[in-house]
Write a protein of this length. Structure first.
Ligand SMILES: Cc1cc2nc3c(=O)[nH]c(=O)nc-3n(C[C@H](O)[C@H](O)[C@H](O)COP(=O)(O)OP(=O)(O)OC[C@H]3O[C@@H](n4cnc5c(N)ncnc54)[C@H](O)[C@@H]3O)c2cc1C
Length: 569
């Protein structure tokens, strides 16, 4: 009986981070639910115990059901019959097992039948589910939509939709259209208001919608006639029982085959407005996408963990030239890099989750009472930091999961190219993570602001000001040198900030900052547990070499060289 939580001690390590006390205290707001709900926790220890036990259940379901189903789900995939998406048999079994265990709507308040989970254990569950089956993780992870309804919907909408999640309602996030992908300001699906009926209706096409035939859909639509940008868009909730959406087709994809990606036609579909008009994209979808980016971060770490384990297992068993291939430096280097990178992105994942946790909890607290000036300041600090860490996480975790899956196939040799081993599926599944929920390029567009306004440097300096064990001094000195180079190159490139050169080098600068931040996060981990020292050491050694290379390229780059790259213009 496999348990994907208990067999990975890194998870418990991150769950027990010192900042969890603050996350939990804020989330449980003086543990006041204990007076109203039998199963609500009494204090911090009680809450952590519940998180731990629930994650054990998630780990068991993943080890016994979702993981073993992954191959058949990948082969069978979903089908479209009579305008209805029929999941593969394994997918239905997976979902039912999670619904039966009460694991849908995990982060919702108890009054909506949720578990009131803090973001950290919720994201951890997402990592575990993704390790078992990254495609299925999308179906399960779309419960994020419940969080958006909870955050921005009025009481009537919350009362109508939120309790349905616990009972197993599935969800979808309908944003993309044929002409509106990265640029969601171009969304054209029309929302019109019928005053007599006091009812909104949706008309138009959505493309690439995961779980498009879900019970509850959040739909981004143009509600303001004559508008052409993001300020004319509002968010709506559509209930599948209306039967006014045609699923035109299910896409035939490279990977995550268990998760249906649909093209949808809305035909006078009645829908309800979430929150206020005009804030659909600029406020609500931005928040929804940030949660979804955290979700893709978790999915990427889950994929990385799965790929690393498959490679390690294979390398220990496969013998060539008279010994197991794991004993060849070329192979053990690949495997060590997988482990180090996975440790790095996992650290970034849970650091980001804690930031989101804290600022969101302050937001919910402020609905019941006014925050003190110190609390407002604290909320602002965590919210800004979360805004900076989220694109970094989405960018680096998704890119690393691809690199790790690529190397894991390599470790398998020819066998890795065959469908006989899970790594072939894992490799295909990894590919989407750098594309949806904002491509890597769009994460750089978001993150470069933090380079320009000095935010990343500020957070790096906060790490630098911390005291570390003497044993870790070499690693810290390395990070200080990396920071000096980072500051220097930003100053050089900044001179051309108004030109395309700034955008041209953006990714390099963002990745330099990421190498330093992840290095410090691993150093923090090593402070709590010296087992992480090796990862911190190797990560920073490699990070330093990579940063040097980027530095040299940027330092010697002449703005005139940009012309060489503009082949098509
Ligand atoms: C399997 C799958 C599932 C999906 N699920 C959902 C879902 O559930 N809901 C939903 O709404 N959408 C979903 N999507 C859509 C997904 O979010 C988009 O595909 C993605 O945002 C990219 O948009 P696009 O495909 O139109 O690419 P484009 O926007 O056309 O981008 C093409 C290329 O141009 C680059 N590019 C574009 N603009 C810029 C810029 N300003 N700067 C630098 N580079 C740029 C991109 O990085 C990319 O490399 C899904 C997509 C797939 C493939």
């Amino acid at each position: 009986m496999a348990n994907y939580y208990n067999d990975n001690e890194n998870l418990n390590f991150h769950l027990n981070h010192p900042l969890m006390k603050k996350c939990v205290d804020l989330k449980e707001d003086n543990y006041k639910d204990a007076a109203h709900f039998d199963f609500a926790p009494l204090d911090f220890e009680d809450t952590m115990d519940t998180y731990n036990k629930t994650l054990e259940i998630v780990g068991e379901i993943c080890g016994d059901i979702i993981g073993p189903n992954a191959e058949s789900v990948d082969q069978e995939g979903p089908q479209l019959k009579d305008n209805e998406v029929i999941y593969a048999k394994g997918t239905s079994q997976n979902y039912k097992s999670l619904v039966d265990a009460g694991l849908i709507g995990m982060s919702l308040p108890r009054k909506y039948k949720g578990l009131n989970f803090s973001i950290v254990p919720y994201v951890m569950a997402a990592e575990i589910v993704s390790r078992a089956d990254a495609g299925f993780a999308n179906i399960w992870g779309l419960q994020d939509c419940a969080e958006t309804i909870h955050e921005f919907g009025d009481d009537a909408i919350k009362d109508e939709f939120l309790p349905r999640f616990f009972d197993g309602a599935t969800a979808a996030m309908d944003l993309t259209e044929p002409d509106a992908g990265s640029d969601l300001q171009a969304v054209m699906l029309k929302a019109s208001y019928n005053e007599e009926e006091d009812q909104w209706y949706l008309n138009g096409v959505k493309r690439f919608i995961t779980n498009g035939d879900a019970d509850i859909s959040l739909v981004l639509a143009r509600s303001e006639e004559g508008s052409s940008d993001g300020r004319g868009l509002s968010l709506f909730v559509y209930d599948r029982t209306e039967q006014k959406v045609v699923v035109r087709r299910i896409e035939n994809k490279m990977g995550i085959k268990g998760s249906p990606t649909c093209e949808l036609v809305f035909e006078n579909a009645p829908a309800k407005l979430v929150g206020n008009r005009r804030l659909g994209l600029i406020k609500y979808v931005m928040s929804l996408m940030n949660s979804a980016r955290l979700g893709v971060g978790a999915q990427s770490v889950g994929i990385a963990e799965a790929a690393y384990r498959e490679a390690l297992k294979y390398a220990k068993e496969r013998e060539q030239f008279g010994k197991a291939i794991i004993h060849y430096p070329a192979v053990y280097e690949m495997i060590t890099n997988m482990k180090v990178k996975t440790d790095g992105i996992r650290s970034l994942l849970y650091a980001t989750s804690r930031l989101v946790d804290i600022y969101k909890s302050y937001g919910f607290l402020s609905e019941g009472r006014s925050l003190t000036p110190e609390e407002r300041k604290d909320q602002k600090y965590y919210s800004r930091k979360a805004d900076m860490f989220t694109p970094l996480l989405k960018l680096i975790a998704s890119e690393y999961s691809n690199e790790i899956a690529y190397d894991a196939v390599q470790v398998h040799g020819g066998t890795g190219f065959m469908k006989d081993f899970p790594i072939e599926r894992i490799y295909r599944d990894a590919r989407i993570t750098t594309i949806y929920e904002g491509t890597s390029q769009l994460q750089v567009v978001a993150a470069i602001r933090g380079i320009g306004n000095g935010s990343y440097l500020k957070y790096i300096q906060e790490f630098e000001a911390q005291e570390y064990n003497e044993d870790l001094n070499t690693i810290k000195s390395r990070l200080i040198k990396m920071t000096e180079k980072f500051e220097k190159i930003v100053t050089i490139v900044e001179k051309d900030k108004m030109s395309e050169l700034w955008d041209f080098h953006a990714r390099r600068m963002v990745e330099m900052a990421a190498n330093i931040i992840i290095g410090y996060l691993l150093l923090d981990d090593a402070m709590r547990d010296m087992n992480y020292k090796k990862s911190a050491d190797i990560f920073t050694q490699k990070g330093m070499a990579q940063n040097e290379e980027k530095f040299n390229y940027m330092e010697n780059f002449d703005i005139k060289d940009l012309e060489h790259f503009q082949l098509s213009s």
